[in-house]
Design a protein around this ligand. Structure first.
Ligand code: THU
Length: 132
């Protein structure tokens, strides 16, 4: 994947983070997924007073893509705070990513600072994934 596209995804994830609804944790997250068709869908975390109903930014973006007809994801960027814990995807989001990832090599870009992100492959974040 070209670096230009990586940066675009990260920028769009950062932009989506501005819409995060996180009054309970105060931890704001944005995500952007790139489909194999070249489309990009963004999402943010959406919390609830009933804490367990919270939806992570990654799943918001993925569900938006799938609900618009996209089925295969090529990459995802996840943006968190400029300083603080990086927004590594939670276990539930890793499993949902694996459902729609084009392959286990799918890149996952995780911001680790204001202008920096680390790249992982889905299969290193979720080895021995369950699929039918
Ligand atoms: N969260 C995400 O949206 N994505 C991640 O990768 C990590 C966690 C959200 C869920 C919750 O709203 C807040 O961050 C704190 O867990």
């Amino acid at each position: 994947m070209e670096q230009e596209m990586e940066k675009k995804l990260v920028t769009m994830a950062r932009e989506a983070r501005k819409n995060a609804y996180a009054p309970y944790s105060g931890y704001f997250v944005g995500a952007a997924v790139l489909t194999t068709d070249g489309d990009i869908y963004t999402g943010c975390n959406v919390e609830n007073a009933s804490y367990g109903l919270t939806n992570c930014a990654e799943r918001t973006a993925i569900f938006k893509a799938v609900s618009e007809g996209a089925r295969k994801l090529r990459a995802i960027a996840i943006a968190g705070p400029e300083d603080g814990n990086p927004p590594y995807p939670c276990g539930a989001c890793r499993q949902v990513l694996s459902e729609f990832a084009e392959s286990g090599e799918m890149p996952v870009f995780v911001t680790t600072g204001a202008d920096v992100y680390q790249t992982y492959q889905l299969k290193e974040l979720l080895p021995y994934s369950f699929n039918l």
